[in-house]
Design a binder for this molecule. Structure first.
Ligand code: UN1
Length: 497
């Protein structure tokens, strides 16, 4: 049985209450164009109310011992586990990704719940020898207060868990603005938090647009951190504003990820890796492969094998188990992909497959793009430089390992990269020299695991990481504490001998 929602209009979740607002817009199933539910379009005043509640709640939450805070996350994880199938189906409906991938994304959220719950019994600080006798020194993690998280439509539940779970276990309160395209996961997760017994006001979900809700969050002095995943342009604007206020900001803004295929690679494996990471989620991942840097000696073989396998990719509604490539999120996403294909042709790359809006009976009302393969792309072309966020991949031939690394690194992003080779020396050189936050060897560019840091170099972000224990660095401040038990005034740096 397909999962259904009990409501026709979602509500904000503020201070433990479900609050409606007058204005709303439709959430559309990208597979068929049908309306699923209405999502609130909140005003700035909703952020103000949420913030007042969060400030109040945070004071008490910070005093709850971290292992007890973690108990709530264990509970959240258990409920998510019970509801995995429901959440996955609703995720496919609002986002379009195929059901198998939706299950994978929900699993990331479950894993994150248990992983961060474990942090409740760690949240390690450090003890350090003090300079002076009878003096104790330590560094400890402290919550920052109220944090703002802004999450994208392409991983509406996983990315929300990467940010909110560490924030909560560390003793912060959260104001969360989910993407308006995919609010159902936020609504379901808020319900789970409520059922798990999270005290009211510790998480507040305010639905609405970036220009109103997001903007209010960014401008509010009492929100001490903004953690954002989304477009490069928005991220840069947020960073500029946060910079003026000296507000901490953590950004993840996409990639132009490449798979390198060397001449000794297992070509069948490389083909599988490319297909999965380029056309899975219809290329709408920050980590999606959109460039293949191929050694010229294996270029033709790789092209042939890719074309054969691409033929087998079934397109359609992600709820159909046999479908491999689901829809594009919306019309503007589809238009962007179409434009890039035109740009690629004009730039002189050779279109080998796809390149068109896919239509058949199933696609009525939905937006689909055929898996697309360009070859003979030059590293400087726009299709080889700019993020497309669709099922479009460009092959770039190279003559050597060194050239492959140079081409990989010659883009403004630095999220993920991969190399297929059997040469152990090249493996180690590549993991050292590839300028990305994530490197894969003999695997595609997607599939990050939640207990490792997620993020990248250069235009991908600003040095922070989501998920992994490193996420705690975003949501905590370090406090250095000195306890002098000598009973007299000892002056550091002066009374040293
Ligand atoms: C994203 O695309 O923003 O590594 C997140 C992956 C997934 C997460 C992707 N685990 O592809």
């Amino acid at each position: 049985m397909t999962a259904t929602l009990q409501t026709k209009k979602l509500s904000n979740f503020i201070n433990g209450e479900w609050v409606t607002v007058d204005s709303s817009t439709a959430v559309i199933n990208p597979a068929n164009g049908e309306e699923i539910v209405q999502v609130p379009l909140s005003g700035k005043e909703s952020v103000d109310v949420a913030l007042a509640a969060a400030k109040q709640a945070q004071k008490e939450w910070a005093l709850v011992p971290a292992p007890q805070r973690a108990e709530v996350l264990y509970q959240v994880g258990n409920i998510m586990k019970e509801r995995k199938e429901r959440l996955s189906q609703l995720l496919t409906m609002e986002n379009g990704k195929v059901i198998e991938e939706a299950r994978g994304e929900v699993q990331e959220g479950i894993d994150m719940a248990f992983y961060m719950a474990g942090e409740g019994r760690r949240l390690f600080g450090q003890t350090t020898p003090a300079e002076l006798k009878d003096k104790f020194a330590m560094s400890q993690r402290c919550p920052v207060g109220v944090v703002g998280i802004i999450t994208p439509w392409n991983f509406p539940i996983a990315i929300a868990t990467w940010k909110s779970f560490p924030a909560i276990v560390a003793g912060n309160a959260v104001i969360w603005k989910p993407a308006t395209e995919t609010p159902i996961m936020a609504y379901e997760l808020a319900k789970i938090f409520e059922e798990a017994g999270l005290p009211k006001g510790v998480i507040n979900v305010v639905f609405g647009g970036g220009s109103i809700v997001g903007d209010a969050m960014v401008h509010h002095d009492d929100i001490r951190i903004i953690s954002f995943t989304g477009s490069n342009e928005t991220g840069r604007n947020i960073a500029a504003e946060c910079g003026k206020q000296l507000k901490k900001v953590s950004l993840e803004m996409g990639g132009k990820n490449a798979v390198i295929v060397m001449d000794d690679a297992d070509i069948d494996l490389a083909v599988e890796g490319i297909l999965w990471s380029a056309f899975g989620t219809s290329g709408q991942r920050c980590t999606a492969c959109s460039r293949v840097i191929v050694h010229e000696r294996v270029k033709e073989t790789l092209e042939e094998r890719l074309l054969v396998e691409m033929e087998k990719l079934t397109i359609g509604d992600g709820l159909d188990q046999s479908v491999k490539v689901g829809p594009i999120i919306n019309k503007s996403g589809l238009n962007k992909i179409k434009q890039y294909v035109e740009i690629g042709k004009e730039e002189g790359a050779k279109l080998l497959a796809g390149g068109f809006v896919w239509q058949n009976g199933v696609s009525q009302g939905g937006h689909y793009f055929a898996p697309t393969l360009f070859t003979d792309a030059k590293p400087s072309m726009r299709i080889a430089q700019e993020e497309i966020f669709g099922p479009v991949v460009s092959l770039i031939p190279v003559k050597s390992f060194e050239e492959a690394i140079e081409v990989n690194n010659g883009v403004s992003y630095g999220l993920s990269s991969s190399i297929f080779t059997k040469d152990v020396n090249q493996v180690f050189q590549a993991q050292r020299d590839l300028d990305t936050g994530i490197v894969y060897v003999n695997a595609g560019t997607t599939g990050a695991e939640i207990h490792l840091p997620f993020g990248g170099t250069k235009g991908t972000g600003n040095g922070h990481r989501d998920s992994g224990v490193q996420a705690l660095d975003v949501f905590t401040e370090w406090k250095a504490v000195y306890v002098d038990y000598s009973g007299k005034l000892q002056r550091a740096q002066i009374d040293v001998d």
